[in-house]
Design a protein around this ligand. Structure first.
Ligand SMILES: C[S@@+](CC[C@H](N)C(=O)[O-])C[C@H]1O[C@@H](n2cnc3c(N)ncnc32)[C@H](O)[C@@H]1O
Length: 243
């Protein structure tokens, strides 16, 4: 796999940002370990602080969708199977989830989905070139409900700006959450990003391509609501006037 030097637009590498996850020693089942061992060399992309050569990764030119925090990966795989005209990269830190996602890729024989096991903040910063993504999915990111933990939330102005820079013009970013107060934060942060515009008035309806996720099912069982937020990258000239 070939890489090139990071874009000068990116900030200097910082390794000390606050992480949006805590690495737990979750149990890895035998099946997850087997699929992990067999699947990582085929479908895994190793994190490197260098831009990804996408044609080297997929061998095809197709719109690229990035998913951050795939969890166990069922939803990621369902979407990739339903949208063969797009390529997908799923990012997840936890080994059991990565093993499950690799199982989905193997059993569904998906050739448009790859996996990176690394902190998505660093993957976006170091590996994804500006203007290259057709879409970004962040479904049910950890809500970090306690106020003193809000700084751990993924959806913050600085990270959303980095994500927006990596969208191609008219590319979309789609978040969903079952935590109302986080949903309002998402709406506020996205609305404050000059590169983005809302596709709806406020929250969006769940589009047909997003199946119900595992965490969503759990949230619904607990009586939570669900909120989708979908913004697109403005064309260059309209972003300048939106400032
Ligand atoms: C609440 S789960 C949701 C999983 C899945 N999207 C779903 O809806 O079922 C959030 C996931 O995001 C992952 N995650 C959180 N921060 C991350 C980061 N910075 N980079 C990669 N994965 C991250 C966690 O490990 C966890 O699996």
């Amino acid at each position: 796999m070939t890489h090139s030097t990071p874009s000068p637009e990116d900030p200097a590498p910082q390794r000390n940002h606050i992480r949006s996850f805590v690495l737990r020693q979750g149990r890895v089942s035998n099946a997850q370990q087997r699929y992990y061992d067999e699947g990582m060399p085929r479908w895994g992309i190793v994190y490197q602080p260098a831009l990804l050569d996408l044609s080297g990764v997929f061998g095809t030119h197709a719109p690229l969708i990035l998913e951050i925090g795939c969890g166990m990966g069922e939803t990621t795989a369902m979407i990739a199977a339903a949208r063969p005209e797009c390529n997908f990269i799923g990012i997840e830190v936890h080994t059991p989830g990565v093993g499950s996602l690799l199982k989905e890729i193997a059993t569904r024989e998906l050739n448009n989905l790859r996996v990176i096991q690394h902190d998505a903040v660093e993957v976006v910063r170091d590996m994804i070139a500006p203007g290259t993504l057709a879409g970004i999915h962040i479904f049910f990111p950890d809500p970090w409900p306690k106020k003193r933990h809000h700084k751990r939330r993924l959806i913050q102005p600085a990270f959303v700006h980095q994500l927006a820079l990596r969208l191609a013009p008219c590319g979309y970013i789609h978040c969903a959450t079952d935590w109302e107060e986080y949903a309002l934060q998402m709406l506020e942060v996205f609305s404050g990003e000059a590169l983005l515009q809302n596709t709806a008035r406020g929250f969006a309806l769940r589009p047909g391509y997003r199946p119900q996720t595992k965490f969503e099912t759990r949230g619904l069982r607990l009586g939570h609501g669900v909120w989708d937020v979908i913004f697109t990258r403005r064309p260059a000239e309209s972003a300048a006037t939106a400032r």
